[in-house]
Design a protein around this ligand. Structure first.
Ligand SMILES: NC(=O)c1ccc[n+]([C@@H]2O[C@H](COP(=O)([O-])OP(=O)(O)OC[C@H]3O[C@@H](n4cnc5c(N)ncnc54)[C@H](OP(=O)(O)O)[C@@H]3O)[C@@H](O)[C@H]2O)c1
Length: 374
């Protein structure tokens, strides 16, 4: 175990690099090229939309042209990208006539209305909302986990919609899939600790403002969330199924995992909690497997999985934190340990942190767009 901890630490250090810098240590830029696809970013003024621009730059994504779209409120605003100044345009039915790839992050109702419009115009929509995730025929993709689900979708092959999974689902499955490939997961129990950024730019502002107000002895004024957010935590603010007692975020984790893994033969339950962290979600995950799985084998499988970094140093009580994950591409995993409530070796506990604006949204969507270039 000690040797593995050292290996894991080494891996953690080697992958802890400054944001916006490539693995080779060079600052990279997106590549404007006549051979690239024409792209559109829908919801560009939002938390995910701004991250799309950052990720396109960081990953040197090739593009012929880029169109920046938001609501009428933002039309006319100037936005810098790659040394050029673009004017944000209002999203309309005519926005997609010459767009190959449309990266959508403007909320479910906008996706429902304009996703099919873009598809009809011949664009491939990569959608961050929940609008089409469970629609039959719409691939729901984490590129490291199930890239084959979208292998039939090609640029120039007609319009299509590909869905980006829910952020908590992506972060959980980045950690659990390498273990599921070692020994089948029979049951997964997840508790999330979700950041303000998951609810958008305005929610991040609300957390800042409330924190300032409370420290100044003033009353916190909840607007986006129903409760005081600073110095507090509460059940996730998505809609509640009153009969079941589960909220939508929890049910998304259950349904989407089954679709992504292509199986209904896994039992999943989740408790999703909003915590006053600015950016990056954390998740505690308990797993039951169909056969024995050792801590060493689990750590080795996690270390070998692309997009996963391990922070697991028991001697220093050093495990993943949301700040470790903030602005980073990788999902961080630690506290990998046998479940002592079981008498067999079929149970493991993990603690996972991931930046949900990045791997949980913009990065995952740009990785999907990269698969379209192959
Ligand atoms: N935040 C996350 O971590 C995360 C993770 C996964 C998925 N998502 C999903 O991504 C979507 C956006 O989330 P966000 O956090 O980026 O929200 P946000 O910060 O509130 O941004 C919303 C964006 O949508 C645009 N918009 C709103 N109404 C519009 C309209 N009628 N026409 C065109 N654009 C419109 C806004 O433009 P204006 O500025 O002009 O209003 C803004 O650019 C949501 O579906 C969310 O569930 C978010």
């Amino acid at each position: 175990m000690q040797a593995l901890q050292s290996r894991a630490q080494a891996r953690c250090l080697s992958q802890t690099r400054p944001a916006r810098v490539s693995r080779q240590g060079l600052v990279v830029q997106a590549k404007k090229t006549a051979d690239g696809p024409s792209i559109a970013v829908v919801g560009v003024t939002g938390a995910v939309g701004q991250e799309f621009l950052q990720v396109l730059k960081e990953r040197n994504f090739p593009y012929k042209s880029i169109k920046l779209l938001a609501s009428a409120r933002s039309a006319g605003k100037q936005q810098e990208f790659e040394g050029e100044t673009y004017t944000v345009e209002e999203l309309t039915e005519n926005s997609f006539n010459d767009v190959d790839i449309a990266l959508f992050s403007a909320g479910g109702s906008i996706s429902k209305k304009f996703g099919p419009v873009a598809q009809k115009a011949g664009s491939i929509v990569v959608d961050n909302s929940s609008a089409f995730r469970m629609t039959e025929g719409v691939p729901l993709v984490i590129p490291e986990v199930n890239p084959d689900a979208m292998s039939h979708v090609k640029i120039g092959g007609g319009g299509a919609i590909i869905a980006n999974p829910n952020c908590s689902t992506i972060i959980a499955l980045m950690a659990v899939t390498p273990l599921h490939r070692l020994a089948k997961v029979k049951r997964m129990i997840v508790s999330t600790y979700q950041a303000a950024s998951g609810a958008g730019a305005a929610a991040m502002e609300e957390l800042k403002e409330q924190t300032r107000d409370v420290l100044d002895g003033k009353e916190a004024k909840p607007v986006i969330f129903p409760y005081q957010y600073a110095f507090n935590l509460f059940s996730h603010n998505s809609g509640m199924d009153v009969e079941m007692g589960y909220n939508e975020e929890e049910l998304k984790m259950v349904k989407e995992t089954k679709k992504i893994w292509g199986t209904s033969d896994v039992a999943i339950t989740a408790t999703c909690i909003r915590v006053p962290v600015m950016r990056a979600h954390a998740e505690s995950i308990n797993l039951e497997f169909d056969k024995d799985i050792s801590e060493a084998d689990a750590l080795a499988a996690l270390a070998a999985f692309p997009g996963v970094s391990i922070i697991d140093d028991r001697s220093k009580n050093r495990f993943p934190t949301p700040l470790d994950a903030t602005t980073r591409d990788d999902v961080y995993v630690g506290r990998v340990r046998r479940d002592i409530s079981r008498s067999d070796a079929k149970g493991l506990e993990l603690f996972v942190c991931g930046d949900q604006i990045k791997k949980g949204a913009a990065l995952n969507a740009v990785q999907i767009a990269e698969l379209l270039l192959k």
